[in-house]
Design a protein around this ligand. Structure first.
Ligand code: GDD
Ligand code: MG
Length: 329
């Protein structure tokens, strides 16, 4: 079974971290997000993956070398400019051999049962199946409305904040597509799965189904600072089971230091005396001097924080930045 991963977005909500590193290569603990995703896919016998990438596809070369050893074959479909979510899939057409095939947003971390989802898709004889999940505030996601047979009646991408959204399913960013759906996407132009492909397919009465995941399913879109921090914390605390039988061994991960609450610390970091850290993610080679307070923030690689400084409020400090002593960020 084959999967396409959409990794061609600009990751604007995680800037400046994503200015030089694509979102998919940001670490969750010290493992690139995409390696985590590939490990999840291997659990469902998905070993053949194509990245639909628009930004610096060469940056993925190291990942490819590593993943071959782990058992996943990674190919890269390049977009010379971002073609949107559906345009990216169409652009990767020559890599698609299997029907059906999975398509996954390159920023979701989940233990959704993809094997069950595939069984469901086949049983329903769907053209497309969308994994569905419930979240507290659905307004920043794609809303999906179903009939009693779980056929999709309506799809609304990110409703205006003013519209009160009742508790409903959202698009979890994981799809199974039959190859025929590619004929619904125009060639070489920007096209969106969420705003064009799904609404048009529904207008044309095509069989799109929703696969509601059980409420115990873990699911997170890592694309905002708070969610990225949360994914790092969750991964350390409870998602170890993802890798129980995988080549990504526990020894790859850095244990969370108890004295710093909910903080994930990368390789070769130095933290001074009387410095408090809470809900932070430190990438590799960060140095924080004495008497600092850091809460709810992300520090890029090689960041230096001078003594008596404070960094808070979902701040992201970009790679190689130096914060002078006594700063308030
Ligand atoms: N190849 C390619 N080309 N990929 C793209 C492009 C593009 O032009 N634009 C975005 N992507 C990729 C992003 O890299 C990301 O992995 C994925 O498509 C989704 O884009 P986001 O920008 O993260 O979208 P979102 O999180 O706001 O909303 C999407 O995900 C939600 C679930 O997390 C939508 O699919 C929502 O409907 C969904 O609920
Ligand atoms: Mg996203």
């Amino acid at each position: 079974m084959q999967a396409l991963i959409l990794t061609g977005g600009l990751g604007t909500r995680l800037r400046p971290l994503t200015l030089h590193t694509p979102k998919g290569l940001l670490p969750i603990q010290n493992i690139p997000y995409l390696s985590c995703l590939f490990a999840i896919l291997r659990r469902h016998n998905i070993f053949n993956v194509t990245l639909c990438a628009s930004n610096s596809p060469n940056l993925y070369q190291n990942l490819n070398r590593q993943e071959i050893k782990n058992g996943t074959k990674v190919l890269i479909s390049k977009e010379t400019q971002p073609l949107g979510t559906a345009g990216g899939i169409k652009n990767a057409q020559k890599f698609i051999q299997d029907s059906p095939f999975f398509v996954i947003n390159g920023d979701v971390l989940t233990d959704i049962d993809l094997t069950k989802m595939l069984e469901f898709h086949r049983k329903k004889k769907a053209l497309a199946t969308i994994a569905l999940i419930k979240v507290k505030d659905p307004s920043s996601y794609g809303l999906v409305f179903l009939d009693s047979s779980l056929k999709i009646k309506k799809f609304i991408e990110k409703p205006a904040k003013t519209n009160k959204v009742k508790e409903t399913f959202i698009n979890a960013g994981i799809y199974i597509f039959e190859k025929e759906i590619l004929s619904q996407i125009p060639n070489k132009q920007s096209y969106s799965v969420e705003k064009e492909l799904f609404p048009n397919a529904l207008k044309n009465r095509m069989p799109l189904f929703g696969f509601p995941c059980p409420s115990s399913t873990y699911w997170l879109d890592i694309g905002t600072p708070q969610k990225y921090i949360q994914a790092n914390i969750d991964f350390q605390k409870k998602i170890f089971s993802f890798f129980s039988n995988d080549k990504i061994k526990k020894s790859n991960r850095i244990p969370m230091e108890k004295k710093y609450k909910d903080t994930v610390i990368g390789k070769n970091c130095k933290i001074g005396k009387d410095t408090d850290l809470k809900r932070c993610v430190l990438l590799d080679h960060v140095e924080i001097e004495n008497n600092c307070v850091l809460e709810n923030c992300i520090l890029g690689c090689h960041v230096k924080i001078g003594h008596h400084s404070s960094v808070q409020h979902s701040q992201i400090i970009g790679d190689y930045s130096h914060i002078t002593p006594y700063s308030l960020c």
